[in-house]
Ligand binder design. Structure first.
Ligand code: SAM
Ligand code: DTB
Ligand code: SF4
Length: 351
């Protein structure tokens, strides 16, 4: 099948095929990716999500890229789980700047039983505002996945990060198969999957291809595929990693688009280190989602006015979601805030 034929989504990609996609001349690859993109999407719409770190630092995992790992000293101030009403206030801000999805991240190996009631309140409150909800809080068991889905969680972010072959060089405290198990629970519980990876950790082209093969050969493609460029944070083992060639990063986005034709491909962390021309090429290659707002989880993201100007110069519009009428929204927001302020669910545990 030609990659530009949309008839069927494939789940049987081989390394040789994906390698060949990467190794094409740049213009051929971009033309193919843009052709696929236009078959499935409005090429001038980009989905915007806002991130919030609801529990920061002191993570027991040893991910070599991450400023939140308790194994390294990145100078980050650790924080316990945010109170539910403060999270909802941040969601109101995200909605006010035009985001349609609110992604809450916690530096946990997995959520604990005592944390789950607060997490579920956050999901319900954000959902009631008419925002799409997303969480990334580590490994889930089946009951937790079901509870999150029932509370109204739309997306669960859980990245595979790199190939199975390279994974052990980056993380030793959890396994690839555990990650895949959580993704299976998320899918079976009826939520949408957000899963992708990071470029710039010293991985080879085959590692990039094998990451995409893992994602594309899942029984269903993740609805959202974030491609992060490593944010090099001093104090982490990858704080001085070699820069990724910008064209190689664009190639990754293009191959992701060709493999997972109906998924949103997110130009994720690392945009601050990219100039506008590179971001424009990323959208041309088929990226159609970004994180919007001045902060990612703990590191900075482009200022919102810079993104607004970039969208305007490129003629890009934010993708809309099905909206409730404004007055219904407003009532839902007020109700959620009132409920939280009067609720017994004010978090008091230590990290
Ligand atoms: N602790 C949870 C987990 O790891 O699944 C959720 C939060 S974790 C920060 C979410 C993702 O952020 C990671 O999987 C990784 O892909 C990305 N990430 C973390 N630090 C990064 C960095 N310095 N540069 C780029 N991406 C990063
Ligand atoms: C994803 O793939 N990237 C986001 C989100 N999913 C959770 C996180 C990026 C984190 C960058 C480093 C930081 O700000 O701490
Ligand atoms: Fe913890 Fe997630 Fe960072 Fe790994 S990526 S150290 S699991 S917060």
């Amino acid at each position: 099948m030609s990659a530009s034929t949309p008839a069927t989504l494939r789940h049987d990609w081989s390394l040789a095929e994906v390698r060949a996609l990467f190794l094409q001349p740049f213009n051929d690859l971009l033309f193919q990716a843009q052709t696929v993109h236009r078959t499935h999407f409005d090429a001038n719409r980009v989905q915007v999500s806002t991130l919030l770190s609801i529990k920061t630092g002191a993570c027991p995992e040893d991910c070599k890229y991450c400023p939140q790992s308790g194994h390294y000293n990145s100078g980050l101030e650790k924080e316990k789980l945010m109170e539910v009403h403060k999270v909802l206030e941040e969601a109101v801000r995200a909605k006010a700047i035009g985001s349609t999805r609110f992604c809450m991240g916690a530096a946990w190996k997995h959520p604990s039983a005592k944390d789950m009631p607060y997490i579920l309140q956050m999901v319900k409150g954000v959902k009631a505002m008419g925002l799409e909800t997303c969480m990334t809080i580590g490994r889930l068991d089946w009951d937790q996945a079901k509870a999150l889905a029932q509370a109204g969680l739309d997306y669960y972010n859980h990245n595979l990060d790199t190939s199975p072959q390279f994974y052990g060089s980056i993380i030793t405290t959890r396994t690839y198969s555990e990650r895949l198990q959580t993704l299976a629970y998320v899918r079976d519980a009826g939520m949408k999957i957000c899963s992708g990876g990071i470029l710039g950790m010293g991985e080879s082209l085959d590692d990039r291809a094998n990451l995409l093969i893992q994602l594309a050969n899942l029984p269903e493609h993740p609805e959202s595929v974030p491609i992060n460029m490593l944010v090099k944070v001093a104090g982490t083992p990858l704080g001085n990693a070699k820069d990724t060639d910008p064209f190689d990063f664009i190639r990754m986005l293009a191959v992701t688009r060709i493999l997972m034709q109906q998924s949103h491909v997110r130009l994720s962390a690392g945009r601050e280190a990219m100039n506008e021309q590179m971001q424009a090429l990323a959208f041309f290659a088929g990226a159609n989602s970004i994180f919007y707002g001045d902060k990612l989880l703990t590191t900075t993201n482009p200022q919102i006015n810079q993104d607004i100007q970039l969208f305007a110069r490129l003629g890009i519009l934010p993708e809309e979601r099905e909206e409730h009428p404004d007055e219904v929204h407003q009532a839902a927001i007020e109700q959620a805030l009132v409920e939280q302020k009067s609720s017994a669910l004010f978090y008091s545990a230590v990290i």
